[in-house]
Design a protein around this ligand. Structure first.
Ligand code: SF4
Length: 250
């Protein structure tokens, strides 16, 4: 699931991508075996057993879905939770559904993904300078995790962001991910969510708001490809080393 990039010999040993990739792999192992939220465990496994008719010949993942991407990422994309028949089926975030089509097409246009397609965990998709994850790692009924489930899962995302030490910009897809990231990034007072909203954390990392790539938004035209491209262009701009006072240098 992890994509490991070539090591830079000038980096200190503990900052090299392959060292971080090892830590991230250990975190991934803990995430994928987690059963702390009884309601979500029941739901993810029930969906995986019952399946949607169109995927009846496929084996669903049916477990927590870890983050995915480049351990040296400077941009993190944070959604809400795995989709029941998307990531909960394929085992990779935003993979195998319409939301993923929109997201990875935009990331490909922005130079953050090697291809626009995201159909299965072994489809060859690799991210360059980006990481995609979520505050809740298991598919929730009606895409609505409870506050308790969100809090139970939060330490995983917190640890993930700590290991992704080069992340300078977080793109939050939707209000849920935005609120959770504002909490984790310790941005106070809590920033308002809006498409294109920007807030800076005490450590200099920037939180960008973006409407979620859900079909509810993309089918209705609330979110257009131009709007998505504008957010990723801004994220790329802000993620360049030294692009903004307070951003840590690479
Ligand atoms: S949502 Fe998070 S804490 Fe809850 S069972 Fe899934 S991985 Fe574990």
């Amino acid at each position: 699931m992890l994509v490991v990039v070539a090591p830079d010999p000038d980096l200190p040993t503990d900052a090299r991508p392959e060292v971080r990739a090892g830590d991230l792999a250990a975190l991934e192992a803990r995430i994928t075996s987690c059963r702390r939220c009884p309601r979500l465990v029941t739901w993810r496994e029930q969906v995986a057993a019952e399946k949607r008719a169109a995927y009846s010949d496929q084996e669903y993942w049916g477990r927590p879905v870890p983050g995915f991407g480049d351990p040296g990422a400077r941009i993190a994309v944070v959604g809400l939770a795995p989709a029941a028949h998307g990531a909960n089926r394929t085992g990779r975030m935003f993979t195998g559904d319409r939301s993923g089509d929109w997201l990875y097409r935009a990331m490909h246009r922005a130079g953050l993904a090697n291809q626009a397609e995201s159909v299965s965990a072994d489809d060859g998709l690799a991210l360059n300078g980006a990481w995609v994850t979520s505050p809740v790692k298991c598919a929730p009924p009606a895409n609505k995790p409870t506050a308790q489930e969100r809090n139970t899962c939060a330490p995983f995302l917190r640890e993930e962001l700590q290991l992704l030490a080069d992340v300078a910009v977080v793109v939050a897809l939707g209000g849920f991910g935005h609120a959770e990231m504002a909490r984790i990034m310790e941005i106070s007072p809590r920033p308002r969510f809006g498409h294109g909203s920007e807030a800076t954390a005490p450590d200099g990392r920037v939180l960008l708001g973006c409407y979620h790539v859900s079909q509810q938004n993309t089918f209705t035209g609330r979110l257009t490809e131009d709007m998505l491209d504008a957010v990723f262009a801004r994220a790329v701009e802000l993620s360049r080393p030294g692009a903004r006072a307070g951003l840590s240098e690479a």
